[in-house]
Design a protein around this ligand. Structure first.
Ligand code: SF4
Length: 333
């Protein structure tokens, strides 16, 4: 087993809404090992991005606050780091790629200035050394004419090229952990495949751990070794990717997988999960998925299930009362 890189333990993040606090992320725990890609999936509003922003401590300009838990990067609790130390860790030890590359780049500055600044912020290199390193990074991410790209402004680049620049910027100081939040959602399909391939290549070369946040199960199948499914701010299932696709245990995961189109299946209408993710201030009392679940029982409406180990190796987990119900009882539902 590879070394542990990031351990998130019982993370809880709350947001102030009017005069009350609502819980956006609750009791989230997981581990990423060096060189591993962990997928975090779920519909919009399930708490995926809040989880990543909580890990990076980037909730500062929002009404959100981490109110419990630990985020250990190689054993160091990031939640206890002073902000000036956290600023050094972001960029040097943790890189982040967002969905919209243009929002990560300053539209008024040439790529050259932005890359050199990012490098010199974390490494004691001269301007010319940092420029040389920028060129190397642009070549690493597959930019065909790095000199011209360095001199460009962001608006002169295509979406795919901009995302490559953002990846170069995120990787320029060799971070141990890369957090990629929907990195290919804004790109068309062929560019999407190139960017995913690039991330995998960088991971293999540098042994980077990646937390990949996506709503796209196709991306998960291609990139990840393990996957966590989130719903209403909670982890509802965790499994090796192959296991999850072969036999999803949680009704929500089953619904997500059933709604993915399969080539050659002949199916013309895909099933969807009825209803919506609950509003944070109006969470159901028991299982948060109960209003949408076709297996709902009285127990589900009154008692929130715990996340329990569901496989023999201890690596598979699921949050559902059905786990405690015998097969006979389930078939009678
Ligand atoms: Fe459905 Fe009940 Fe399981 Fe929730 S606990 S997912 S409502 S069966």
């Amino acid at each position: 087993m590879a070394e542990k890189l990031l351990e998130v333990k019982n993370l809880k993040t709350e947001f102030r809404r009017d005069k009350t606090m609502v819980t956006a992320v609750k009791d989230v725990s997981f581990t990423i090992h060096k060189g591993e890609v962990l997928g975090l999936v779920g519909e919009s509003g399930c708490g995926k991005s809040v989880t990543s922003l909580s890990i990076m401590r980037l909730l500062i300009d929002t009404p959100g606050k981490v109110t419990a838990g630990e985020v250990l990067l190689e054993g160091k609790d990031l939640l206890k780091c002073p902000e000036n130390e956290m600023r050094k860790i972001r960029g040097s030890q943790m890189g982040m790629i967002f969905q919209e590359p243009m929002s990560a780049l300053n539209p008024c500055m040439r790529i050259e200035t932005q890359l050199i600044e990012a490098i010199r912020l974390h490494r004691s290199l001269s301007r010319s050394e940092a420029r040389k390193h920028s060129l190397t990074m642009l070549k690493t991410v597959g930019i065909p004419d790095p000199e011209t790209t360095l001199k460009s402004f962001p608006h002169q680049l295509s979406g795919g090229m901009s995302q490559r620049v953002v990846i170069a910027m995120a990787m320029c100081c060799d971070p141990k952990l890369l957090i990629a939040d929907e990195p290919t959602t804004a790109l068309d399909v062929t560019i999407q495949a190139q960017i995913l391939e690039l991330m995998l290549r960088i991971k293999n070369e540098k042994n980077t751990g990646i937390l990949l946040i996506t709503h796209d199960l196709g991306v998960v199948a291609e990139m990840c070794t393990r996957v966590i499914v989130m719903y209403a701010g909670r982890i509802v299932e965790e499994a090796a990717v192959s296991e999850l696709f072969k036999a999803p245990k949680h009704p929500y995961t089953q619904g997500l997988i059933a709604s993915v189109p399969k080539l050659g299946s002949g199916v013309t209408t895909l099933p969807s999960i009825p209803g919506n993710v609950p509003d944070l201030s109006m969470m159901p009392k028991g299982c948060k998925f109960a209003p949408r679940c076709k297996y709902v029982m009285d127990l589900c409406r009154n008692l929130e299930p715990e996340l329990k180990t569901a496989g023999q190796d201890g690596m598979r987990k699921c949050r559902c009362h059905l786990l405690n119900t015998t097969n006979k009882e389930v078939s009678a539902l």
